[in-house]
Design a protein around this ligand. Structure first.
Ligand code: SAH
Length: 344
């Protein structure tokens, strides 16, 4: 596999171009082209420079090979990487803008029982440029520019555990928010983690104002360990302490994802326990009805059951919402499209 030019920040690209003996304005031309989602071979720079770059760098590190469109407008993409691996992403359309869900790894090694992304384990980490390119190509697909973006928000909720690919994810967050590039501010990006505690502290110290989202899904360590192996390593109490540190450092409220699984985590007792854990904390709870994955035997709840659980949390004083389910008809949940592609 060749190197990935989109891994570089603007100043790193400037250094490369000057090491090539090229005029400095070529760096700006190249950078603008790349951030507009163009291939190296499509960017208007002298042919010799393009040829020299193409000897070392991938022309198109992330390529859309399939698009599925839901009746509700949600789009799901299958992307091919230069080494033949595939990853997936989703674009969700809201009134305030378009949120893209991006992958941070090929597969995942966290082993959560309800998730399709982890079925085949981890293949490899994505580089920062491969994470960024998912957004660049989708922005371009929808006619977005750097001045008027088609992708306005992002969530790191595709395949992979972002904090298991820490350095590349941090570098991605810096590059995606750079004002001279696509310029999606970290405030418009949510990073979701299953709860790798030391990396939550490290992230807080980076001073990147990304929205921190924790996949909680259970109210006790024992319950959590049944579906999320990471719970054997870090307790809920340790996660909550790390979240407090995150809030102290960044001033940003944190979010808990709670996927409702029938018979597992959503009766009255769970609501009480959740209220006890979270009441008074600067946080929000996002309830999601489990997206059933065919390889797994966990069952989702009815809409009525989900609203009942939401009501209990609200009555107990928590800030909570039930996520509207979108893109269900196109396999919207993590890893479903890639899994079905790999099965074929
Ligand atoms: N690894 C990260 C981010 C990827 S998953 C994390 O664990 O947070 C994004 C969210 O979707 C997580 O909250 C995850 O637990 C949840 N999720 C995964 N599979 C799901 C499914 N089948 N139904 C509902 N939520 C699911």
């Amino acid at each position: 596999m060749k190197k990935i030019l989109q891994d570089l920040s603007f100043s790193e690209l400037e250094n490369l171009i000057s090491a090539f003996g090229e005029k400095p304005f070529r760096a700006k031309q190249l950078y603008t082209g790349l951030m507009r989602g163009k291939k190296i071979s499509q960017i208007n720079v002298p042919a010799e420079l393009r040829a020299r770059l193409l000897e070392e760098y991938e022309d198109e590190p992330v390529k859309i090979i399939k698009t599925l469109t839901s009746a509700d407008g949600t789009e799901k993409y299958l992307f091919a990487l230069s080494d033949g691996n595939v990853i997936e992403g989703v674009l969700m359309k809201y009134k305030y803008g378009n949120t893209q869900c991006v992958s941070t790894q090929v597969g995942c090694r966290m082993g959560c029982k309800f998730c399709a992304s982890t079925l085949g384990g981890l293949a490899r980490n994505l580089s920062s440029g491969e994470i960024l390119s998912q957004i660049l190509v989708v922005n371009a697909l929808h006619g977005g520019s750097l001045e008027k973006r088609s992708v306005t928000n992002a969530v790191l909720m595709g395949s992979g555990e972002p904090l298991d690919n820490y350095y590349n994810v941090i570098s991605f967050l810096k590059n995606v928010s750079a004002p001279s590039g696509i310029g999606i501010s970290a405030r418009n990006i949510s990073l979701s983690t299953c709860g790798i505690v030391p990396s939550i502290y490290a992230l807080a110290d980076e001073q990147i104002p990304v929205n921190l989202t924790i996949s909680l899904h259970q109210t006790t360590d024992e319950g959590r360990a049944r579906t999320m192996p990471i719970a054997k390593k870090y307790t809920i109490a340790e996660i909550l302490k790390a979240c407090e540190y995150y809030f102290d450092k960044t001033g940003r409220r944190y979010i808990f994802e709670y996927s409702l699984i029938s018979g597992e985590n959503c009766d009255g007792q769970h609501a009480e326990e959740l209220i006890k854990l979270l009441k008074g904390k600067p946080c929000h709870v996002n309830l999601i009805r489990l997206n059933e994955v065919k390889e797994r035997d966990l069952k989702t709840v009815t809409e009525k059951e989900a609203y009942r659980f939401l009501g209990l949390l609200e009555k107990g004083g928590l800030s909570a919402t039930l996520r509207r389910q979108i893109g269900v008809d196109i396999g919207g949940a993590c890893g479903q499209l890639r899994a079905s592609y790999l099965n074929k």
